[in-house]
Design a protein around this ligand. Sequence first.
Ligand SMILES: Cc1cc2nc3c(=O)[nH]c(=O)nc-3n(C[C@H](O)[C@H](O)[C@H](O)COP(=O)(O)OP(=O)(O)OC[C@H]3O[C@@H](n4cnc5c(N)ncnc54)[C@H](O)[C@@H]3O)c2cc1C
Length: 510
Amino acid sequence: MASQPQKVTPDQANTLKSPEAPGDSSPAHAPDAVRSRKARTALVVGGGVSGLLAARELADRGLRVVLTESRDHFGGAVGAHQVGGMVLDSGAESYATRNASVAELIDDLGLGEARTTPSRVGSWLYLPSGPIPMPSSGILGIPANPGDSELRPALTAAGQRRAAMDRYLPSSVGAHQKTLGGLVKARMGQHVVDGLVAPVTMGIHSTHPNELDVDAVAPGLREGIRTYGSLGASAAVLRANSPAGSQVAGLVGGMNQLSEALVNDLTRRGVRLLAGCDVIAVDRDEVTQNWIAIRRQEGSAGKRAALTADVLVLATDGPTTVRLLGPHLDSDLLPEVRRGPEIALVTLVVDAPALDSAPRGTGVLVSDRVRTVRAKALTHMTAKWQWIADRVGEHRHILRLSYGRGPTSEGQSITELTLSDEQLMSLALHDASRIMGTSLSRKYLQGADVVRWKTAMPQVSIGHAQKVKAFRQNLTKLSRVASVGAWLSGTGLASLVPDTRTTIADLDLG
Ligand SMILES: Cc1cc2nc3c(=O)[nH]c(=O)nc-3n(C[C@H](O)[C@H](O)[C@H](O)COP(=O)(O)OP(=O)(O)OC[C@H]3O[C@@H](n4cnc5c(N)ncnc54)[C@H](O)[C@@H]3O)c2cc1C
């Protein structure tokens, strides 16, 4: 299984000291000498893909690297779980192909032959009026051509007429809107927000478009309106910039292999990987300028242990990074970064011949205005990925339902996440029956699992892009420190991988 527990006890977790680290009698302790010597050691906090990749890039640059991860396994949101006798992805199960960064990393790690694309049966939207095939043009539910007849069920005729006005409005309309919902409403009307965009963003970002920072989730979209004359045209260009064919790809065997391959690669490079190692504070030696990470010492109450290095890279979630680095940064410029929405993924393994025809294609995004279904999305894993279908028996299907929306358009906070695993599984069976249009009771169930993600989704609410800019600016005032992760790069591997690589390449080790 990918990113298997590799627990290192605190005793094994050596302090990483460069020869000139505090306590050493080397004459290089003089501040000037220390500052002028090249960095030799690095500490990466956080063992998700951003941390693992940062460690790899630092090792490539010749540093001795230690990586700490608070959980007992590596990979963060790109991990594995066992359900119904199969190893499946517990979080990310694909990557966007809008750039080549993830494919290149996969190839580089020797996994190239496992690259695969999902089936092309299309996906669906579940609206209050019922399920409809997902419109095939545009991005984030924004239609490239609002007049398309396929959009009629989602928009109504009046909604479609309003949406079509986008083409004739001056490009200044909506220019001052900062949220995705505000922009789409100004250009195409409320029907498009409710019927098309909200189900997509609630599924991807667990956040209503009225709360989403448009520049954070769709960079270039606003600019494109000025350049191409309408929101639809801008959405079409962003879509067209993705390579032809499928917009996502995956790995036969699951994306969790990416984390496993990174861990193996780091081990080969001599990087020390410390699991179960929770960093609770970060300090800096005034004389040597070494970074000191204080970690929780398991099993010895009140005892602290420290890791020391020339270079520090924080690859943790936004709130943790700001908390750890806050004391070293200009407090006036420190952004308030809140945790993103929690998610629970319920995987059901069912024997149900009625699903053989993939009645909802690869899966369904559910509008938050639907009252009879509480899941925000359902992925029909065996219809989406041939390799999974090949590994399960005939008529066996794997459905993955996702729970945990942020506040809805009506400001309701949703409470499914307070349910026990057992209750969530029952709810998932009920929701899956509704969505797939066939009765799925417990007698069909061959296996089930619930995975809860508490800190893995960054918040991308209004002002987020500005906060990221301010934080990165603030960080440049400190030497030999960098921060990576989805809260800075944007959610998803296609944003995370190039951003992590650039950030580490730009890090001054002098
Ligand atoms: C359910 C789910 C499904 C997704 N699906 C997709 C998908 O299909 N395609 C896609 O491209 N992206 C997907 N994503 C997004 C993608 O997985 C993430 O953007 C990416 O993996 C984030 O990586 P990261 O390293 O920034 O953060 P994380 O993976 O969250 O890693 C951060 C790590 O830091 C550790 N940590 C935190 N605090 C400390 C501390 N104090 N000390 C030590 N360690 C600490 C955490 O335990 C964690 O392991 C999905 C995300 C989720 C949650």
